[in-house]
Design a protein around this ligand. Structure first.
Ligand code: PBG
Length: 337
């Protein structure tokens, strides 16, 4: 590798010098992506020995618990630290107040127990929100078109305690009700569950990028074209994200999350700079589907797309990334050595 011959002293500073070779690029690299940065979100269903494809997320499937345990074993063998569970709940158990959310034998709690029995050292994160269980598709209790904050928080507390008693390591409230982090922390502590971590979806935006996720859970149909703008954040705001984070930290969150991911990297950076706390990012379903569509059309290279999109989160300041590409990324990182 040689640089071009130039005449005269100009330019003295040549940014390309450090980029000439792979070894030099490696030396000056500012950020790294490793398997330790990955959390794998998975969809689960009732039944046995079966998977179902999610049509709007090509390559993603819903797993029965036995298949989940097997898939989690592969993820763990690749070194993925943690998986996040999202249930597709049968319509027959849904109601207005999301009663099933707190059932200690619901799909998520059964999955947690099976995972912890098979892979005790794999982290298990449970999402806390009522949307898989409400007939309205809302994350809180909705009456006459209004989401009732404090009554929803009561239900979220019961859900968190059930999940924690089932043995999950992390409860992650994604519901965006006010005051839920402190209430959930207190309830866990009162139950002797001080060790359970609380990862708050602190800055969660009312985003179109959740569309495929709602298909995967079957919650989009229940929402009937409605939206979550009275509790999720306005995409136009970023100062407000800092207030959300400050409040959740004050209430005892161990980790804060920003969601969606790629269109909100500026929020991750602001949160990290201002608070310097563990900060996770969620590369959500719509981001996966958007990238996958381009990959499947042959417009983007799969491997480079996966690794570049995840590296950008590290550059923005994220400590870990929830991504449906987690297993692909772990394989690529292992192959790269
Ligand atoms: C529900 C929840 C959502 C996601 C995670 N938890 C959807 C929503 O708020 O409607 C989205 C994840 C994704 O799109 O991948 N509380």
């Amino acid at each position: 590798m040689t640089t071009e011959t130039v005449f005269g002293p100009f330019p003295r500073t040549r940014m390309r010098r450090n980029r000439q070779t792979d070894w030099s690029r490696r030396l000056v690299r500012e950020n790294t992506l490793t398997v330790d940065d990955l959390i794998w979100p998975v969809f689960i269903i009732d039944g046995e020995d079966r998977t179902e494809p999610v049509p709007s997320m090509p390559g993603v499937v819903r797993y029965t618990i036995d298949r989940l345990v097997a898939a989690a074993g592969e993820a763990r063998a690749l070194g993925i630290p943690c998986i996040a569970l999202f249930p597709k709940t049968d319509a027959s158990v849904k109601d207005t107040v999301g009663t099933e959310a707190a059932n200690p034998d619901n799909l998520v709690c059964r999955a947690v127990r099976a995972l912890k029995a098979a892979h005790p050292d794999l982290g298990v994160l449970c999402d806390v929100a009522l949307d898989p269980y409400t007939d309205t598709g809302h994350d809180g209790i909705c009456r006459d078109g209004i989401i009732i904050n404090d009554e929803s928080v009561e239900a979220l507390i019961r859900q968190s305690v059930s999940q924690a008693k089932a043995g999950c390591d992390i409860v992650a409230p994604s519901d965006m009700m006010d005051g839920r982090i402190g209430q959930i922390r207190d309830a866990l502590d009162a139950e002797g569950l001080q060790h359970v971590q609380v990862v708050s979806y602190a800055a969660k935006y009312a985003s179109c990028f959740y569309g495929p996720f709602r298909d995967a859970l079957g919650t989009g149909a229940s929402l009937k074209g409605g939206d979550k703008k009275t509790y999720q954040m306005d995409p136009a705001n970023s100062d407000e994200a800092l207030r959300e984070v400050a409040i959740d930290l004050e209430e005892g969150a161990d980790v804060v999350m920003v969601k969606p991911g790629m269109p909100y990297l500026d929020i991750i950076r602001r949160v990290k700079d201002q608070f310097g706390v563990p900060t996770f990012a969620y590369q959500v379903s719509g981001e996966y589907s958007m990238l996958k569509a381009s990959i499947n059309n042959g417009w983007f290279d799969h491997d480079r797309t996966v690794l570049e999109s995840l590296m950008c989160f590290k550059r923005a300041g994220a400590d870990a990334i929830l991504t449906y590409f987690a297993v692909d990324a772990a394989r690529l990182l292992a192959a790269r050595g």
